[in-house]
Design a protein around this ligand. Structure first.
Ligand code: NAP
Length: 275
């Protein structure tokens, strides 16, 4: 599966397989997602020290690899040609696959971007990754990346984005759109146990009118313009089902205005929020 641009709904996996008793349910939730039209899975070597990648390897067994879009990330201190190669080999082994669709620098570290890109280009040439990108980059980081040889080939940048953390709307999302870099919004429920966003009266009203939950409204909101890939993590079929259904929710202009009154549109640049 390849995309010109990543949008819509994918599957987040941070924290999966931390509690072994839940593993069966977590795998079932991922498979439910894959069986109901989702095909993008986001993970990282960091998540559970490789456990999340291993769990994905198990979850995707038996599925057509060509129909999946697998994203993983390497630590900033592995961002050199040699260490990227080693990290990737370990991730591929854990996920039991021959290639990644997208390989991201998890956040900026001290290695030169030019070295990081050189390593990624080599992996790409060998067919071990189809695309490369970055994560937790702000507008200034993206602009700098574009000055580095090969930097304009960056396929995606993955940043925190939800109804409460809208800072990237100020000038980053537009910049990425203009420069053909997909925007992946992580933690649509602001992480944690999914209760780190205030469920306001307005959110409740909008949810009630659509006969859905406030979380489904939060998710539909992240997808409202068709230019973001949102990647909620859910470890139950129940949540996965609700998240899939959120793709069909169309918010009206009036509803968006109500939501804006509780969670305002950014009017100035703020430091990039991260989790
Ligand atoms: N690039 C980065 O630096 C970075 C940083 C953070 C996250 N990420 C990626 O983004 C993904 C998502 O972010 P996240 O895991 O931090 O948090 P999140 O998706 O914002 O929130 C996950 C929480 O929401 C709950 N949830 C899921 N669906 C729900 C629903 N329909 N109703 C109510 N609660 C629901 C989950 O519960 P259950 O598990 O019980 O279903 C879990 O407690 C990660 O898994 C990871 O892949 C990337």
């Amino acid at each position: 599966m390849d995309f010109e641009k990543l949008t819509g709904l994918g599957i987040g996996t941070w924290g999966l397989d931390e509690n072994h008793k839940k593993k069966k349910d977590e795998i079932a939730a991922i498979r439910y997602g894959l069986d109901h039209g989702l095909n993008i899975i986001d993970t990282a070597e960091m998540y559970g020290d490789g456990k999340s990648e291993k769990l994905i390897g198990e979850a995707i067994k038996g599925y057509d690899r060509n129909k999946l879009f697998l994203i993983s990330k390497f630590y900033p201190y592995h961002a050199t040609p040699e260490l990227e190669r080693q990290s990737l080999a370990a991730s591929l082994k854990r996920m039991d696959t021959d290639y990644l669709d997208l390989y991201l620098l998890h956040w900026r570290g001290s290695h030169r971007l030019s070295d990081t890109i050189r390593g990624l280009e080599a992996l790409q040439k060998e067919g071990l990754i189809r695309h490369w990108g970055v994560s937790n980059f702000d507008t200034s980081d993206m602009k700098e990346l574009f000055t580095v040889p090969g930097g304009k080939e960056c396929f995606a940048n993955e940043d925190l984005y939800n109804i409460k953390e809208r800072g990237t709307e100020f000038n980053l999302q537009d910049w990425q759109e203009k420069h053909g870099v997909s925007f992946i919004g992580y933690s649509p429920f602001n992480s944690g146990k999914g209760d780190t966003i205030r469920i306001t009266q307005n959110l409740k009203i909008v949810a009630r009118d659509h006969h859905v939950t406030p979380h489904q409204i939060m998710l539909a909101w992240t997808m409202r313009n068709g230019n973001v890939l949102t990647i909620p993590k859910s470890s139950s079929i129940k949540h996965m089902k609700e998240n899939i259904a959120a793709q069909d929710i169309k918010l009206t202009d009036d509803e968006l205005r109500l939501i804006n009154s509780d969670f305002p549109i950014p009017t100035e640049k703020t430091p990039l929020a991260v989790i």
